[in-house]
Design a protein around this ligand. Structure first.
Ligand code: FAD
Length: 305
């Protein structure tokens, strides 16, 4: 039995665990894989005070920091259910059948980017295919890039990138953009942005080491065309890892766990932090801050019991 049980061991979960353990309360972490999305990241240049690092290196540092404390890390375990018990504690059921109970829970199961699912996408991930303009935009300074997706995040990304790169081509599957009118107006005012509507992206073209183009089908004519470029930012959605919580907690229409400014969820004693929540802007430094925030809120809850 735990005082604070954290589900998900990415940056949010690691920060939550350290903050909890430093209060001297019994802390556990259940995670499918320690490190989360950071494990899949190549260069990181926006983790403030660390000029430059790599995902696996940052994960190793996180792991080492967590190991400094008495934290029960249950790696390679997946939670599948959450239930409030009669005594006020919360029970988490794991996929292996084990049941753990805790006075408080912090959910930090993160998210994953929706992929185009076209040939070349996986092969050129981090070699021209990117998902985060805040992270990787500066790497494409002076180059030509595509943004896939004409919703708010795609159009925001295109506007953002237009200030850094040479040329942005935005691809939208539909015959019109879905982004807010004010964003569209801004987008169309930029001289180095081109918009291609009614386009189904079909392949990432590369030379084995890097991307040189993108193929798409013009849905009006069924013709396949190719655009030459060096980078592709996929902005067709971020999927929170919260399927297992449907019907248990309040989720937003995008599946994010609804939290307040202290990380409280709709279930008493259950907190959430990081990319799986409604907190805006999905970044490592933000996830860590949210993890610390939720952990302090969980401690606040414990001392009032
Ligand atoms: P995650 O990192 O997603 O961790 C969640 C963890 O929970 C994972 O280990 C997952 O396996 C586990 N989990 C999920 N479901 C369950 C379950 N049911 N039971 C148990 N465990 C579960 N951000 C930056 O600030 N700078 C960058 O340069 C940067 N580059 C990026 C590059 C890439 C390719 C990607 C994908 C992301 C990048 N990001 C970057 C974003 C950053 O990685 C995330 O914002 C951050 O990792 C979110 O942390 P988190 O702890 O909320 O979630």
């Amino acid at each position: 039995e735990f005082d604070v049980l954290i589900i998900g061991g990415g940056p949010a979960g690691a920060a939550a665990a350290i903050y909890a353990a430093r209060k001297g309360v019994k802390t556990g972490v259940v995670t499918e894989k320690f490190g989360g999305q950071v494990l899949d990241t190549l260069g990181i240049e926006n983790f403030i005070s660390v000029k430059e690092t790599e995902g696996p290196k940052l994960v190793a540092a996180l792991e080492q920091h967590v190991k400094e404390y008495d934290i029960d890390v249950m790696n390679l375990q997946r939670a599948k259910g959450l239930k409030k018990l009669d005594d006020g504690k919360v029970e988490v059921e794991l996929e292996n059948g084990a049941k753990l109970s805790s006075k408080t829970i912090i959910l930090s199961t993160g998210a994953r980017w929706r992929e185009m699912n076209v040939p070349g996408e996986a092969e050129y991930r981090n070699k021209g295919v990117a998902y985060c303009p805040h992270c990787d935009g500066p790497l494409y300074k002076g180059k030509r890039v595509a943004v896939i997706g004409g919703g708010n995040s795609g159009v925001e990304a295109a506007i953002d990138l237009a200030g850094i790169v040479k040329e942005v081509t935005l691809f939208e599957f539909d015959t019109k953009l879905k982004a807010d009118a004010v964003l569209q107006k801004k987008l169309y005012s930029l001289p180095n942005v081109k918009v291609i509507l009614n386009a189904l992206t079909t392949e990432v073209n590369g030379n084995g080491t890097k991307v040189y183009g993108l193929s798409y089908k013009d849905r009006a004519t069924d013709e396949t065309k190719q655009v030459e470029l060096e980078g592709i930012f996929v902005q067709i959605g971020l999927l929170p890892n919260t399927d297992w919580l449907k019907g248990t907690l309040e989720l937003s229409k995008h599946g994010e766990i609804v939290v307040d400014h202290k990380g409280h969820t709709s279930m008493e004693g259950v907190f959430a932090a990081g990319d799986c929540t409604t907190a805006p802007y999905k970044q490592i430094i933000i996830a860590m801050g949210e993890g610390a925030n939720a952990s302090l809120a969980a401690f606040d809850h414990l001392i009032r019991q």
